[in-house]
Design a protein around this ligand. Structure first.
Ligand SMILES: *[C@@H]1O[C@H](CO)[C@@H](O)[C@H](O)[C@H]1NC(C)=O
Ligand SMILES: *[C@@H]1O[C@H](CO)[C@@H](O)[C@H](O)[C@H]1NC(C)=O
Ligand SMILES: *[C@@H]1O[C@H](CO)[C@@H](O)[C@H](O)[C@H]1NC(C)=O
Ligand SMILES: *[C@@H]1O[C@H](CO)[C@@H](O)[C@H](O)[C@H]1NC(C)=O
Ligand SMILES: *[C@@H]1O[C@H](CO)[C@@H](O)[C@H](O)[C@H]1NC(C)=O
Length: 943
């Protein structure tokens, strides 16, 4: 296989003009930091352009020359690996933020049909994130090649799709630099249809390449600003994007690096990636379909965990419950309003002065008992836990006794004695004490501890606590990690009535010890918050040690939430031993193997409703399909209409939770009769279709891939879908068009013309609708417009007030016929298990589960539904399949000619409308799925 080509081109092939200037749309910014001036630009040896265009303020006026200072001085090809030595030319434009390593090693490795490219200095070992990235043999019908170019523009490389020579990457745009604390690589892109990078607020799902935009990727306790927070870095870090090429083929690019980093997208189209540590390990995934790309990505980073079935039920939370009585009243109110609810949360209010593994024995004294009551009702409890542990109570003491690893000061002389000496347990340690919600200082466990000690202690603390109150799921907050008031004088909480005046953490801001907190280039994730911000703002000091002193937060901070999630997975197994769900605020590639995510502390605004629709799609790309937003909005005061529309939309997100902040009016859905009604209707729809949603999650756990997916994933050749931000798909088969604005009673939606669609909502229920652009009724008293794609079958189940109850109810099928010349067909599947048996990571194939395939077809004379048991479970009894609804059925079924496995059966009820073409067949005990493979058939009445 000619997968590598070395190209030695002597002619200048770039678009550089003779005087070295580069057109405004193709520049690599030489001044991504503040302080730009003509002189400062020239001092960097970069090119200055005085031609400022008022209407294009993002154009870089100081930019790198369009060549790379590195040239190829040595190269070799062995098996599937190519290496090249790159040498930095004297006289080339220098790295503005450090001294470039003289020699770099370029290495390209084939991972089956995918490629990995590594660039690192020769002879120096660099930090690589301790995240288990598999390097599997990735299979695809398409291959990628690497081409190394060594011409007068210096070294560059291309990653090329073999079949059509499309260049997924081409670094001949220049700007390759690699110094200890500043690594930069830039590339032309084959398309401006780029999706992903996170965690950021994106106003549109497709990136905007009409201007230059820089996105910070640095985990931060930063509430999303959906109105004008462009570029702000939020809680997690996801250096991954999917590109959709001109011909509808897709590729993926993942850069494995956990240092603070940012990326600029520009009009060429091109991108510039910058990180301030580690090395470049870049994975290229060939697709060629969008869903192929995501599955390939999840093969690398790990496939998503399977949530407990109940974790797909509706969940309610708020910060500021006054105590158990208020929670009791709230749960009762929902039940009285007929609103399905599976999970009740408690926020930090339940704790005794915000300490993990405690509860307030006064206002929350009845909480363990109420937990038992909820369980008796088939409901569940999820509790919040923060990573930071107050330095003077049992949990901390046991941690010290067991030699738990903590984030520590790198040297004794740096320890803040006026804080440390207050705590006998911490006095003789270097534990870096900070301030979070608890009254006293806190230590931060180092979950990257390479021994098992820290995880075992963490798990044991959860187990001890679970013995006191039987929580079901775990909510991980504040794990960027967040620290209050770092370097602030006075810290903000000195004004708070709910927080004592603890001395704030101070990190060095000058001298050699500030080298990590104040690096030469701080990244967009620091600059965007203005002067005075450093790495440590809102968090611990960058030089704080991790991995038992082997690394620093400078390298590993972006992994804090990830590693806490991994330890908590173990804790859940030890404490509870049954499948549940963990949701984590901070995430990194791989987090989805153990945890879900909520989109953070959003605000009750229409903008936030809209961006959460995009965020949920992006986190499905990132391998975290168990995702959703705080319904009705967390911060600020919501209102009836916004809350109603958000409940309607959120009913389609895998993690469905209404959550509110303290001090705002209650916003549970029973607060307004209209919202209660709309939520009841939306939740009943959701619960009815949970067998389908669960099956989508099961597939994601088995194969990787998305649960909620952007519309273009299924229709990559339909350009109209490429920019659809606010519609989304449930798997391949259901399209959802939410209401995203106030004051409307209709939704404009686009139904891709490659498919046929049936209404799954109240208006025109079951009828085939015209594909293309349409306007659909969206009253408050229905679900939002939702469509079933012809050719698909959804498994469903009669709903109930909890999933515990619903799981006992009859199964049903809804069939969307794909009709062609009087015949028709449709296909679907159902995964089913007991809903809560623990599944170790990667052990889904050993799990006890059912899988059924549904294959339906009809002709003028008859119809056949074949149900094949592809996998059978032991010890699980399935309710009967009693109801089948067929959309797009052109004939009248003959009620007297129904057969199961060829034996005639009596049907209790059959309705058929020649106008809607919906046939509805109901019969008690029609199909017993426990018996395995079965065929249902019937004859049509002759005309
Ligand atoms: C690459 O180009 C440089 C400068 O033009 C030259 O010195 C070097 O020998 C070339 N490398 C190879 C492998 O041809
Ligand atoms: C190289 O790649 C080919 C095909 O992609 C594969 O069959 C082979 O095992 C690989 N060889 C090595 C040494 O990895
Ligand atoms: C627990 O709650 C139940 C009502 O749900 C109540 O009857 C019982 O007295 C409570 N038990 C205790 C120990 O408070
Ligand atoms: C950690 O525990 C696992 C089993 O839970 C064991 O296989 C492994 O060897 C332990 N590792 C260390 C470093 O103790
Ligand atoms: C609730 O919804 C039903 C339709 O399902 C409608 O008839 C009724 O008026 C609604 N009630 C309220 C209070 O909105």
């Amino acid at each position: 296989m000619a997968w590598l080509r070395l190209i030695c081109v002597l002619a200048i092939v770039s678009t550089v003009s003779a005087d070295g200037t580069v057109p405004v749309g193709q520049r690599v910014d030489c001044f991504p930091d503040p302080g730009f001036s003509q002189d400062a630009c020239k001092a960097r040896g970069c090119i200055y352009d005085s031609d400022y265009e008022q209407n294009k303020p993002s154009d870089p006026l100081c930019y790198f020359p369009a060549n790379n200072g590195y040239t190829v001085t040595d190269q070799s090809v062995k098996a599937n690996t190519t290496t090249a030595t790159l040498t930095f030319s004297s006289g080339a434009t220098a790295n503005p933020f450090g001294t470039n390593f003289q020699q770099l090693q370029f290495q390209s490795t084939q991972l089956g049909n995918a490629l990995k490219v590594s660039i690192k200095p020769v002879g120096t070992s660099r930090y690589v994130p301790p995240v288990p990235i598999a390097e599997p043999f990735i299979q695809s019908p398409e291959s990628l090649n690497v081409e190394i170019v060594n011409n007068t523009g210096g070294f560059s490389f291309r990653v090329v799709r073999q079949i059509n020579n499309i260049r997924l990457w081409d670094t001949s745009i220049g700007g390759l630099h690699f110094a200890d604390q500043y690594i930069q690589i830039a590339t032309y892109l084959p398309t401006d249809k780029i999706y992903g990078f996170g965690e950021n607020i994106h106003q549109n799902i497709k990136h905007d390449f009409t201007k230059y935009t820089t996105w910070g990727m640095f985990a931060r306790d930063q509430p999303p600003n959906s109105v004008n927070g462009e570029g702000e870095n939020l809680y997690g870090v996801h250096p991954f994007y999917l590109g959709l090429e001109e011909d509808g083929k897709a590729h993926g690019v993942f850069i494995l690096n956990s240092n603070p980093q940012d990326v600029t997208t520009g009009p060429a189209p091109h991108l510039v990636y910058r990180t301030i540590g580690g090395q470049l390990d870049i994975y290229y995934l060939p697709g060629p379909t969008p869903e192929n790309v995501i599955r390939q990505y999840h093969e690398l980073i790990g496939k998503p965990f399977l949530p407990a079935y109940w974790a797909l039920g509706f969940q309610l939370c708020r910060y500021g419950y006054s105590g158990v009585d208020e929670v009791k009243d709230t749960v009762a109110r929902l039940k009285a309003a007929g609103i399905p609810q599976d999970v009740q949360f408690a926020d930090i209010d339940y704790m005794e002065r915000y300490k993990d593994f405690t509860y307030d024995h006064d206002k929350w004294g009845q909480w363990p008992n109420f937990t038992d009551y909820l369980h008796s009702q088939g409901q569940r409890v999820i509790l919040i836990f923060d990573p930071a542990i107050q330095a003077d109570y049992d949990t901390f003491k046991r941690g010290i006794e067991q030699n738990v690893s903590w984030i520590e000061w790198p040297r004794d002389d740096l320890v803040m004695r006026d804080i440390q000496d207050q705590y006998p347990l911490a006095k003789n340690t270097k534990i870096m004490l900070g301030v979070v919600w608890p009254d006293k200082h806190v230590g931060f466990p180092d979950f990257l501890d390479p021994t098992n000690i820290t995880t075992n202690w963490w798990a044991d603390e959860f187990k001890r606590y679970h013995d006191l109150q039987k929580f079901d799921g775990i909510w991980l907050d504040m794990n960027e990690p967040s620290n209050f008031g770092t370097n602030q004088d006075p810290p903000w909480y000195y004004g708070s009535s709910d927080h004592p005046n603890d001395l704030p953490l101070k990190c060095p801001t000058s001298g050699a010890d500030s080298a990590l907190d104040i690096p030469p280039y701080k990244t967009k994730g620091v600059y965007i918050y203005g002067d005075g911000n450093v790495f440590a703002s809102n968090t611990l000091c960058a030089f704080g040690t991790s991995i038992r002193g082997q690394s620093t937060l400078y390298n590993t901070k972006n992994l804090y939430g990830y590693s806490e999630s991994v330890s908590t997975w173990k804790a859940l197994e030890v404490a509870r031993g049954k499948r549940a769900a963990i949701v984590s605020r901070s995430t990194f590639p791989g987090s989805g193997t153990v945890a879900g995510h909520w989109l953070g502390d959003n605000t009750a605004r229409w903008e936030d409703l809209r961006t959460s629709i995009i965020g949920a799609q992006e986190f499905n790309l990132f391998g975290i399909p168990y995702v959703g937003s705080d319904i009705c909005g967390f911060l600020g005061t919501t209102n009836e209409e916004l809350c109603l529309r958000w409940q309607q939309m959120g009913a389609f997100h895998s993690f469905m939770r209404n959550h509110n902040t303290a001090g705002e009016p209650a916003q549970d859905p029973a607060q307004w009769p209209s919202v209660a009604n709309a939520t009841r209707i939306a939740n009943l729809f959701r619960y009815r279709h949970l067998p389908y949603l669960f099956s989508l999650h099961f597939n994601a756990t088995r194969y990787g891939g998305t649960v909620i997916r952007p519309v273009f994933f299924e229709f990559p050749l339909d350009a109209t879908t490429h920019t659809l931000s606010h519609q989304f798909l449930w798997g391949p088969a259901v399209l959802v068009a939410p209401v995203t604005e106030p004051g409307v009673k209709t939704v404009s939606a686009y139904l891709p013309t490659e498919a046929n669609w049936y209404s799954l909502f109240d208006t025109y229920y079951g009828s085939q609708l015209d594909s293309g652009h349409g306007v659909f009724p969206a009253p408050w008293t229905s679900i939002i417009p939702t469509f079933l794609r012809a050719g698909y079958i959804l498994p469903r189940q009669a709903p109930a007030l909890t999933t515990t109850a619903a799981r006992q109810n009859q199964f049903e099928l809804v069939i969307g016929s794909a009709v062609d010349a009087g015949t028709g067909s449709a296909h679907g599947e159902l995964y089913w298990d007991d809903g809560e048996t623990w599944i170790p990571i990667g052990a889904i194939e050993q799990h006890n589960y059912y899988r059924f395939a549904f294959d339906f077809s009809f002709t003028t004379a008859s119809a056949t539904l074949k149900i094949t048991a592809l996998n059978t479970a032991t010890g699980i009894t399935l309710p009967p399949l009693n109801n089948i609804e067929v959309f797009g059925y052109p004939y009248i079924p003959d009620m007297n000619q129904f057969y199961v496995n060829g034996q005639q059966v009596k049907i209790d009820s059959l309705t058929y409308s020649p106008f809607t073409k919906v046939a509805n067949i109901t019969s008690n005990g029609l199909i017993d799925l426990n018996k395995g493979t079965v065929t249902l058939s019937w004859k049509n009445k002759s005309n």
